[in-house]
Ligand binder design. Structure first.
Ligand code: ADP
Ligand code: MG
Length: 277
């Protein structure tokens, strides 16, 4: 299952170890090595290895309780791993707080989005990072930068950036949360179930937005339960099963039934190589 050649915990991001048949084993923006996480007696993650390249969308899939949220929270500085290492651009980093993650260029868009419904779009985009000019809020430049970012991301459905966020649709809210990550010049954007609460056309918009991020060279990790979304948007797939990363590789190595098999049993004979990272 997790028995990659050699010891996963001693692999370094530069050793090029990845699935055989994975063309060019992309050099990772983020590399997770041997990460474990215990909550008391519960082992939520066991010796997880994962490579996340820049310019690609990595879909993290797995059943409820598989450890998906725990893994991204370990990367985002919310949970301290019980063991293992995290490498950023080939260097080991210690991410103790969400601020540490943000300082590296890692932005996380959680399911609840952490937007303030009573504030407008510009205010949400700059929450905690307001621009000032001579001691007063620089509303004009914040408004212009917000409009520019939304237009760069082809978010065209928002009528006014002075609309309160509480009046937006689910898809628009997701777009604002992503745009906020982009405006902070993040290099890795992590999204936990971004389409879970969305209808068909809003889902299509958010999937398009996710592709746009990768095209702009960012690394993207997206957690999703919806395998249709995953196969539409992902370049790579990584499968967690009961805290173990049981398979990862280019999306072409998988199909719907092998992905379902891996999610439900942790194994699939149909995937050429089910080794991590
Ligand atoms: N804060 C926590 N305290 C105790 N157990 C937790 C906590 N967060 C997650 N777990 C446990 O860790 C396992 C993985 O959970 P989680 O990462 O939320 O899974 P997923 O996101 O894949 O559904 C589950 O068994 C869950 O009950
Ligand atoms: Mg979760």
């Amino acid at each position: 299952m997790t028995n990659a050649p050699g010891s996963p915990s001693t692999g370094t991001p530069s050793d090029g170890r990845d699935d055989p048949g994975d063309p060019g084993a992309p050099s990772a923006l983020l590399a997770v090595r041997g990460v474990s996480k215990y909550f008391g007696a519960v082992q939520a993650l066991e010796n997880v290895d994962l490579d996340v390249p820049a310019g690609q969308v990595t879909a993290l899939i797995g059943d409820n309780g598989a450890g998906k949220s725990t893994l991204i929270k370990a990367i985002a500085g919310i949970y301290a791993p019980s063991g293992g290492q995290i490498f950023w651009k080939g260097h080991e980093v210690h991410i103790h707080t969400p601020h540490d993650a943000e300082a590296l260029g890692i932005a996380t868009v959680y399911q609840d989005l952490a937007l303030c419904d009573n504030l407008d779009i510009v205010q949400n985009m700059y929450l905690g990072h307001e621009s000032t000019k001579a001691g007063v809020l620089d509303e004009i430049s914040m408004e212009l930068a917000t409009k520019q970012t939304l237009s760069d991301l082809s978010v065209s459905t928002v009528k006014s950036v002075r609309q309160v966020v509480g009046s937006l649709s689910g898809g628009q809210r997701q777009a604002i949360a992503v745009a906020r990550a982009v405006m902070r010049e993040s290099q890795l954007v992590i999204m936990d179930e971004p389409t879970a609460a969305l209808g068909v056309s809003q889902t299509a918009q958010v999937l398009h937005l996710i592709r746009t991020l990768a095209q702009r060279g960012m690394g993207v990790i997206v957690i999703s339960h919806n395998l249709n979304d995953v196969f539409q948007v992902a370049d790579r797939i990584a499968v967690l099963y009961l805290g173990n990363l049981v398979s990862s590789g280019p999306v072409a190595n998988y199909d719907m039934s092998s992905a379902v098999e891996l999610i439900t049993t942790g194994e699939s004979v149909r995937v050429a190589s089910s080794v991590a990272p």
